[in-house]
Design a protein. Sequence first.
Length: 386
Amino acid sequence: MPRRHSACAVALALAFALPTAALAQEPPAAQARQAVELPVTITGTQILIDGVRVNGQGPYRFLFDTGAQAGGRADASLVQALSLPQAGEVQVGDGGGGPTRTLPLYGIEILDVGPVRLEGLNFISRDYNEGGALALRGHIDGVLGPDIFAGWLITIDYAAQKMRLERGALPESNGRDVLDLHPNPAAPTVTMRVGGIETEAHIDTGSMGDVTIGQATADRLTFQSPPVVAGQARTVSGAFDVLEGRISGALELGPVRIDNPTVRIVPHFRTANLGGQFLSRFALTLDMANQRVRLTPSAQPPAPPRRYGLMMRPPQAGQTEIELLGAAPGSPAEAAGLRAGDRITALNGTPLSEVGDRLPAMMRTSPLVVAYVRDGQAHEARLTLD
C-alpha cells in the first residue's frame, strides 16, 4: 500500500464511512446525457479530477479515491480559503484496523464535478498534502469517493487515462470479469485468492501500491524467502513499517492470475489492499448502487514500476545517516553492490539530514548518487533507473 507505493513513503486512503445528505444531481444541460467523461489527469496511478468548483469557486483539483467512502475530503487549505463552516467531527481510520483519530467536518453547499452537481455535503478535513504525497502527485484541494457519484457507473481506464460516468447497471456477477462487492464501510471489497487462501481485499485507487496483506494472512502463506522491511507507510492512523516478500503460489482475482507475486505486509491490516499499481492492469467499472465491479484486463499492461531497490525507513528530522536494511534482488541497488548494514549519508549530494519530504521525488529521479559508509570507509554508488 503503500498509494504509491515507493519503498520509502506512501499515502494510504482514509477508510471509515461518512454519512452524507447529498445525492448526485446534474444541472439541466447534463440531465439527458447517458455518459460523461470527466477531466482527469492520471499521475502514476493517482486519479486527479480537474476543474472542480466548490460553492461556485475554483477551479480546484481533487483526488478520486475509492477508499474515501460515502463522501469526500477537503484539504485544510481549501477550508481556510473558502471559510467553510464546521459541521461536526468524526472518527476516522485507515480501514486496516489501526488506531482512529478525530477529524473535523466542514459543510459544502454545492460541489460541481464537470456536469455533475452535488449539494449539502459534509467533508472530513485535514492536510492532504503533507509528507511524500505532495512530491509524488502534486497539490490537491480534496478527495472524492465513489459514493459521491450515486446512480452512475464509474469507469477508470488507466491505460487510456480516462474516467467516465454513465447510466445503467452492471450485469449480475459471473465470477470472472463481473464480481460482487462485499458490504464494507472502508472501500469497495472483493474476494481474491492468494497462495490458495481466500481473503477479502479493498479496491483502493488512492493507494499507490500493488498488493498489500495483513500479518494474519501472511502467516498462512509460503514465502520464497523471509519478508524484509521495505519501507514505512503513513496513513491517518499513523506511521508503520511495511514488509515485502515474494510468495510461492498465485494471486487470482476475476480474469487475472499472477504467479508468485511480490506482496507487501502491514501487520495490523485485517483486509488486503489492492492499490493503483495493481488496478492499473484493468479498466475498472464500479456499480455502487448494485454493489458490483467489472474488471476488464488492459490491452496495454502497465510497465513494472521502476525502483532502485533501497530497502530503508524514511529518515527522521535531523538524522544524519540511516541504515540500509537490504537491496531488493535484481535491483540497481544490488547491482551497485549495496547491502544491508551500509549507512547512507547523502543522496545526490544532499546530506540526509536535509532530504526531508524530497525523498519520494529523489527515488524517482535518475541517476541517483548514494553516499554511504561501510566498515568506517566512505563510498559512493551511482544508480540509474534506465
